[in-house]
Every structure is written in C-alpha cells, then in structure tokens.
Write a protein of this length. Structure first.
Length: 579
C-alpha cells in the first residue's frame, strides 16, 4: 500500500499550501466566510494527516475514526462558509445529517463492524454536501460570472467523485488515479474560491466607486484632493461651475495659483500651519479668481489623508461658493453701520431736544412764578385792605383767584420734579421701603389727625435703587391712597410685597373710591385725572412721575381697581445683583 501513503502525502501537502493561502487572506481581510473556509481546510488537512497515520498504523482504530470525523466536519464548515459567502444563513439539515453520519461512523469503528458500513454513509454525505455547494455557486453565476460556474461545476464533480469512492476504492489500479483526481479537484476548487472572492471584492469596489461618483455628481460643491505639496491631484467637474475651469485645467496647480496674488500669500501661510499640524480644515474662507476675472469666495473644508504606509499624503475636501453670502453680509454690515450712525445722530438730537425742553420748562416755570406771586399778592391785598368795599360774591372771586394761583404753583413744582426725574443721576443702593412708607404714613397722620386711617406696612421691604426717587414713588402712591380713601370712615392702606416667579412685586392697597379699569391706560399720562369731577384735588403729574422713576429702575408699574372697592398699585424694581 505504499502508493496510498505517497498519494495521501501529496494531497496533504497541496491542502496544506491552500490552507496557508486561506489563513493569509483571512488575516488580511477578516471576512467571516473566510474564517469558516480556513476551519474547513484545516480540518481537511487533519483528515489527511490522520489518514497517513492510519496507513502507517492500520491496527490503531482511533486514527481511522479521526480521519472520518475530520472529513465530515470539514464538509459542514465548507457549507457554512459558502452560505456566508453568498450572504445567506446556514441551513440546519447539513449539521443534522453530519451528526447522524458521525454517530454511525463511531458505532461501526468501536463495534469492530466492517469498515464499508461507515464508508458508504460517510461518502454519501460528502457527495451530497459537495453537490449542494456546487449548486449554490451555480446560482450565483449572475453575480460572479464564469468563475462561479467553474467552481460550482468542480464541486459537483467532486461530489460525484466522493459517491463513486466506495465502488472504485477496492480496484487497486484505479485507486491511485482516484487520489490524484481528488487532489487536482481540491486544488482547483480552492484556487477557484480565491478567484471568486477577488471577483466579489472587485465588484464591491466598483459599486463603492459608482456610489462615490454618484454622490460627487449630485452635489453642487467642488470636491478636491491635493497631495503633500498642495498640488491638485483630483478635481470634480463642479469646479467649472464655480471657477470656470475644467477639471483637467486645475490638475497640477495649487490652490494659491487660482487666488489673487495679494491674498494668496496670507492663505498659503495659514494653510502651511494647518498642514504642518495635520489639522482638519473647517470653514476656511478662501478668495479665488474666476477664469473670467471675477473675485469669488469659497468656503473650504477638508481632512488630511494618509497612504498605506501611514505617511501623510495630502488633503481631501470640498469647497462651496459663498460669494453671494459674503456680499449679503457686507451689505448687512454697511446697513448696520449706517443704522448705528443714524441712531447716534437721532440720539444726539433727542438728547438736545430733551435738554432744550428741560431748559424751557425751567425757564417757563421760573418766569411764571413772578406773575403768580403778583396775582397772589394783589389778591391778598384786596382781601385785607378792601374787604369792606367788596360784596360776598367779590370776596369769593378773590378766593378763587388765590386758589388758582396756588394750584398753578403746585403744578409748576410738579413739572420741575418730573423733569428732574429724567435729569438727575441714578444711584443704586439698598433701600428700606418699610421705613420710608412708615415715615410717609406718620407725616400724613400728623397733617390730618382728625382722620381715622389704618396703616398696615409689612416689615422687611427692601429694594435696590435711588433712595430719594423710590421715596417719591411711595410718597405719590400713598398720598393717592390717602386722598381717594378720605370718604371712607374706616380707611385702610396696606403696603407689602409678593413673589411672582423670581420677581418681587411691591404693592400699595387702599379701600377708597377705586376707578373703572377701562381707563387704566390713561392712568399714568401727565395731566390726566380720573376723579377731577368728584372734587379730589391734584395736578395729574404724580403718577406720571411714578412711572418715569420705575422705568428708570428697569421695573414695571400697573394698577388694579374696581369702582367702590379700592385700588392696588403694583411696581417692581430691577435688581442688578440677581441679573
């Protein structure tokens, strides 16, 4: 049987070489089907090694058993690898038939039954497995072409060869040729599988290249590539739409060749720094000169790329036209600049008008005081020196003249106070509103001790602002409450605060005559008085002053009321510490 040993050794050597090739491919590409094929070839190699051992030591049954089991296992993994290669899940039937075949083989060997009882089902399974694999490859012929047809046919022939083994093996002169034929088939199939894999790889690469080409064609941006010397090695066709150059006209040039010379140097220095640090290019605005001479602005983004050895090879990226956007931004900047200039000029005009108005108010009020003093003085002289010559009606006229002069004086004082609210510098310090409200309440009580008014002032009312101005706010609002609750014998004035979200809201509440909320929008207008016809004195300036002061403090002021139910004034003061 020396020919069996020689033939088996020859086949084992060829399978070993093919196993090494498959191991190399798997380590290079890490494909799952390659891993399964490697396991299959390793098991087939072990099969032949155990076959050699069984020839050398024919009385050791374990070598025969290992030979058959490795053969079965190699077929199972070859089927799984093929299914993985064509992208389909493994089928269970192969594993089940293989398990039954292996169990029969073990029983035959251990019971010492005739070897042919193990050989026949074993080679029948191998024939079925290889023919099935051949059919699978033939089905993939439309994807992998002639290579898939050849490998599929070789597998079917190999399967038929496995089926005739139990019949031809006993014929001594045919057996060596059978081993040789099997070795050639094994080698051809393994080489065919490798060729098919490379065809598959080429197909995938072609699909990727097509996909990349489609993506490049679908974008309006210019896709580019430069080498380590910043020379263009690729330019997509979109460069013609952006800069007027054909793609082949750009190749061999640098980006700086397409830029205005006076701007290219600055961009070149910046680019050199980025390239030296191998940084990504993000949003770099580069000026380019169009082929027709126009100045264009392109926004450039790119990433460094490296060759197979890991050496820096250049940059790849894209550029988009932002010329119109930059033109619009420049127009916006010009408009903003013009608007700012207009605002400054208008502000100066308003400030000048305000100064003139304040001067006018002061002058008018000052000039009015002299005739007012004359009117008041002469009316007093008439009342004192000529009272016996006047009848009762004349005396009432003189009293009205004196009262009107006094009210005119109060109105002038209020106007001056309102102008000072806008003119005086604002000081921000902690202010104790509880103390201020208490002092105002005491003054009012002393001025009219005959009135029975209950004051309820919450403790700890504090704000940050100008003490004198906030004092004027409280004085005006509390005086209003005092005045409009004068007809209530059980008058009550409450000063407190509440929290509205993160904002502290102060309030002054009374139970006076109240007002209709439909007139609330006129409440803080100068010279507007909601109760003038009801005999309540006033100039109509006080609440306007309150609003000006609160607005200067960055706050709000409003009122809620109902006729006959009293009024509540609310105000807030902006606290810079909590901003």
């Amino acid at each position: 049987m020396s020919w069996i040993l020689m033939a088996t050794v020859a086949v084992a050597c060829s399978v070993f070489i093919l196993t090494l090739v498959n191991v190399y491919l798997y380590c290079s590409y890490r494909e799952r089907f390659m891993k399964l094929w490697v396991i299959s070839w390793v098991l087939l190699e072990l099969r032949y090694l155990f076959n050699i051992a069984s020839v050398v030591l024919p009385d050791v049954g374990i070598f025969h058993l290992a030979n058959y089991l490795m053969f079965i296992a190699s077929a199972v993994f070859l089927i799984k690898g093929t299914r993985a290669f064509i992208g389909k899940p493994p089928e269970r039937w192969s594993g089940m038939i293989a398990a039954v075949t292996a169990l029969c083989t073990v029983i035959v060997i251990f019971l010492g039954m005739p070897v042919m009882m193990a050989v026949i089902p074993l080679f029948a399974f191998m024939a079925l497995a290889y023919i099935y694999i051949g059919i699978q490859f033939l089905k993939q012929a439309r994807h992998y072409g002639i290579g898939s047809r050849i490998v599929g046919g070789l597998f079917i022939v190999w399967g038929i060869h496995q089926a005739d083994y139990p019949l031809l093996r006993p014929i001594e002169w045919i057996a060596p040729w059978g081993f040789l034929f099997g070795s050639v088939l094994t080698t051809s199939i393994a080489i065919g599988l490798i060729i098919i894999y490379f065809e598959k790889t080429q197909r995938i690469l072609k699909e990727k290249d097509t996909r990349h080409s489609n993506l490049i064609e679908s974008t309006s941006n210019w896709i580019w590539e430069i080498d380590a010397d910043t020379v263009y090695t690729y330019a997509s066709p979109q460069v013609k739409a952006l800069l007027g150059y054909k793609a082949e006209e750009v190749l061999g040039k640098t980006p700086f060749d397409l830029m205005p010379p006076e701007k290219a140097l600055r961009i070149k220095d910046y680019w050199a720094g980025i390239s030296a640090r191998r940084e990504r290019i993000h949003g770099l605005e580069c000026p380019y000169r169009h082929k027709d001479g126009r100045l264009m602005v392109l926004e450039t983004n790119g990433v460094p790329y490296y060759n197979a050895d890991g050496d820096f090879a250049g940059y790849r990226g894209m550029a988009q036209d932002i010329t119109e956007r930059k033109r619009t931004e420049e127009q916006i900047r010009t408009l903003n600049s013009e608007l700012e200039q207009r605002v400054r000029e208008r502000t100066e005009e308003l400030e000048q008008s305000l100064r003139e108005m304040e001067t006018f108010c002061y002058t008018v009020s000052h000039d009015l005081r002299t005739p007012l003093r004359g009117i008041h003085g002469f009316s007093s002289i008439l009342q004192q020196d000529y009272a016996e010559r006047l009848d009762q009606e004349g005396k009432e006229y003189l009293q009205r003249i004196g009262g009107a002069a006094n009210r005119m004086g109060e109105l002038i004082d209020d106007l001056l106070g309102l102008s000072r609210v806008n003119r005086d510098e604002l000081r921000r310090v902690p202010v104790d509103l509880t103390t201020l409200a208490g002092e105002i309440a005491d003054d009012l009580t002393r001025s009219q001790p005959e009135r029975n008014v209950e004051f309820v002032i919450a403790p700890g009312l504090r704000a940050t602002g100008d003490p004198s101005l906030l004092g004027a706010v409280l004085a005006n609002i509390i005086h209003n409450a005092w005045k409009f609750s004068s007809r209530n014998p059980a008058a009550r004035i409450e000063v407190g605060s509440r929290t509205d979200g993160e904002e502290q809201v102060f309030y002054v509440r009374d139970n006076g005559v109240g007002f209709d909320m439909q007139y609330a929008d006129k409440l803080f207008l100068p010279f507007h008085r909601l109760h003038a016809a009801e005999g309540f004195e006033g100039t109509g300036i006080g609440l306007a002053t309150v609003q000006r002061i609160i607005e200067r403090h960055g706050g709000r002021v409003w009122a809620e009321s109902e006729p006959g139910e009293g009024t509540t004034f609310f105000f807030t003061v902006h606290d810079e510490k909590n901003t």
